[in-house]
Design a protein around this ligand. Structure first.
Ligand code: NAD
Length: 263
């Protein structure tokens, strides 16, 4: 199948690691021109060096900084002349006791995973309108559909799904589709890096980080394993492809069977 992504200009936030990095690799494979943003500049440089093509623009951007986002989008437009696809991916997650979950953490997560994706969509819309074509995908989560016990994360990912549905209505008249990908647990540094979800889970289970990660898969995921980052990236690429352009306002589970709702 021809995804029609050759020479499309694709912005990916949080592209230095995990799912964002896998998206960069998959879009590069489709011949797209990449514009990669992350707070981790060294990680971005490593991703760029690993990609087999040279149409890769990278910029250190903290997506919680409105001015930095605006400058980044302007730089991308200057670099390539147009912008076609936005992958809203930068994010994080934190487990914690619901009764004492810190308000400050909730606020920071909202800045990163709620306001930033909206900001990026608003910044890209004028370019999509100019093209007469555009495509947006947000990496939300299946925990936006059923609770996973991660208070801020679950609430914000649910809001992301609704934000994409709202923008899908708004953008449809000018030929822009807007969808969400809803991964279950994915094998990325978000689980495996020190202090991240694996360690947070270990503090609850009393097992090691790796044992806790394995235990979670066996007891919670029907397919008994985490998704690969590539499996999530493949879905994002497909949703922003030409063959999927008539699909808009949906939230696709890529979760090994975890979500049991009818949509
Ligand atoms: P990751 O930690 O491997 O990558 C996240 C990236 O976001 C990092 O490169 C990080 O530097 C970047 N980032 C963080 N804050 C930023 C900021 N303020 N500005 C710019 N970049 C910033 O995590 P991942 O697993 O690849 O997660 C990517 C997305 O997928 C997140 O939105 C996450 O919530 C979502 N998700 C992950 C899983 C999972 O199990 N890994 C499941 C469902 C959804």
């Amino acid at each position: 199948m021809d995804f029609g992504l050759k020479d499309r200009v694709v912005i990916i936030t949080g592209a230095a690691s995990g799912i964002g990095k896998a998206c960069a690799e998959e879009y590069a494979g489709e011949g797209a021109c990449l514009a990669l943003a992350d707070i981790n500049e060294e990680g971005l440089k490593a991703v760029k060096a690993s990609l087999p093509q040279n149409k890769v623009y990278i910029e250190k951007v903290d997506v919680t900084d409105a001015k930095a986002c605006q400058a980044f989008v302007e730089h991308v437009a200057k670099e390539y002349g147009h912008i076609d696809v936005l992958v809203n991916n930068a994010g994080t997650a934190r487990m914690g006791d619901l009764a004492t979950f810190p308000e400050e953490t909730f606020r920071k997560h909202s800045e990163l995973m709620l306001y930033a994706p909206v900001r990026m969509i608003q910044l890209c819309i004028p370019y999509f309108k100019k093209n007469g074509w555009g495509s947006i995908v947000t990496v939300a989560s299946m925990f936006g559909k059923q609770p996973g016990g991660l208070l801020s994360y679950d609430a914000i990912k649910a809001a992301d799904i609704m934000i994409d549905k709202d923008f899908s209505n708004y953008c449809a008249p000018f030929n822009v589709n807007v969808n969400s990908v809803c991964p279950g647990p994915v094998d990325t540094p978000l689980w495996h890096a020190p202090g991240q979800l694996g360690d947070q889970l270990a503090a609850i289970t009393g097992k090691s980080r790796d044992e806790s990660i394995e235990w979670f898969a066996k007891t919670n995921i029907p397919m008994q394993r985490y998704a690969t980052a590539k499996e999530i990236a493949d879905c994002a690429v497909w949703l922003t492809s030409e063959p999927a352009h008539y699909i808009t306002g949906i939230a696709v589970n890529v979760d090994g069977g975890m979500v049991k709702t009818t949509v």
